[in-house]
Write a protein that binds this ligand. Structure first.
Ligand SMILES: C[S@@+](CC[C@H](N)C(=O)[O-])C[C@H]1O[C@@H](n2cnc3c(N)ncnc32)[C@H](O)[C@@H]1O
Length: 282
């Protein structure tokens, strides 16, 4: 791995410190589960029937295990070694070790360990790209994720949304607005050095910004998805799901249907871009 910059170091430390939280992140309540269920819905829709998948920034391995159970071969890569140690145990416990072909510590900005055109699909889910700085490195990461995919392979990249975090601020973390400079940096540049109360770095994207970055490569955009659908406020969403299960079921279906609407994409805390590699890398 190349020399790590300040942002990479704080990201690595953060994720080494919160492995168990990360494992629970996608299943701990109905609001969080929206991201998992919506991602799985679109993975099922666009993944090839079989093949080898790179789970880049795969953390403690939620998607790795889920896809291994569905018969895919997987390579798991993450920056944080504690995530990978945790994933190894889970993979063994879930008896999918034969499907997990490699577990690699590394950065999405340098996938030189993998040859061009080698994966049938590539995942970069839950916002790993949002922790990469500066912009040039984010561009490098995108070109690496595309380079290692086979021609026509789907690539699923989710990032944290600038409007999503702003819509979520009044209900979720109003105290963030106390530091005016941070708030202005977030609004104007998407930059947040106060992520998780100062423990991390995060870049929040607009869908326009992400789209422009992706289109510097030879790809086609299949679709964009707001992974939380019509749900912006965590507390209200969880209360709704708990108190009115029947209404929640109907609402979740509509929310999923609306998740590709451009307004919903930007308003959601996480946005997923599903792209297809259009030509062979040489
Ligand atoms: C919110 S977690 C998502 C984990 C998993 N993909 C999921 O959705 O459950 C973000 C992950 O990105 C990883 N990450 C951050 N920067 C990275 C980088 N430059 N290269 C690889 N992984 C990175 C972190 O270590 C962390 O595991």
């Amino acid at each position: 791995m190349k020399k790590k910059n300040k942002e990479t170091k704080i990201t690595e430390k953060l994720y080494n410190d919160i492995v168990k939280d990360e494992w629970k992140r996608l299943v701990k309540n109905p609001y969080q589960k929206l991201e998992f269920d919506t991602s799985l819905f679109f993975l099922e829709k666009y993944l090839p029937k079989k093949g080898i998948v790179l789970d880049a920034g795969g953390g403690p391995g939620r998607y790795t295990i889920e896809l291994a159970k569905r018969g895919y071969e997987i390579v798991l890569l993450d920056l944080a070694s504690a995530n990978l140690e945790f994933a190894k145990k889970k993979i063994k416990r879930e008896k999918v070790d034969d499907k997990v072909k490699d577990i690699v510590q590394g950065s999405i900005t340098d996938l030189s360990k993998f040859p061009d055109n080698s994966f049938n699909a590539v995942l970069c889910l839950g916002g790993p790209l949002s922790h990469v700085s500066p912009k040039k490195e984010r561009e490098k990461a995108i070109s690496e994720l595309i380079r290692v995919a086979k021609k026509n392979a789907p690539i699923f990249i989710s990032v944290m949304s600038r409007y999503g975090v702003l819509f979520g601020t009044p209900g979720g973390w109003p105290e963030e607005a106390e530091n005016k400079k941070n708030l202005i940096d977030l609004v104007e540049k998407g930059e947040d050095y106060n992520f998780r109360r100062g423990e991390g770095y995060c870049h929040f994207f607009t869908s326009k910004e992400m789209e422009e970055m992706l289109l510097k490569n030879d790809i086609k955009i299949i679709t964009k998805v707001g992974l939380k659908g019509l749900n912006i406020d965590k507390k209200l969403t969880n209360r709704f799901a708990k108190k009115l299960p029947k209404a929640w079921k109907n609402w979740s279906e509509i929310s999923l249907k609306m998740s590709t609407d451009p307004i919903v994409v930007d308003a959601s805390s996480h946005m997923m871009f599903i792209i297809k590699k259009a030509s062979l890398s040489r």
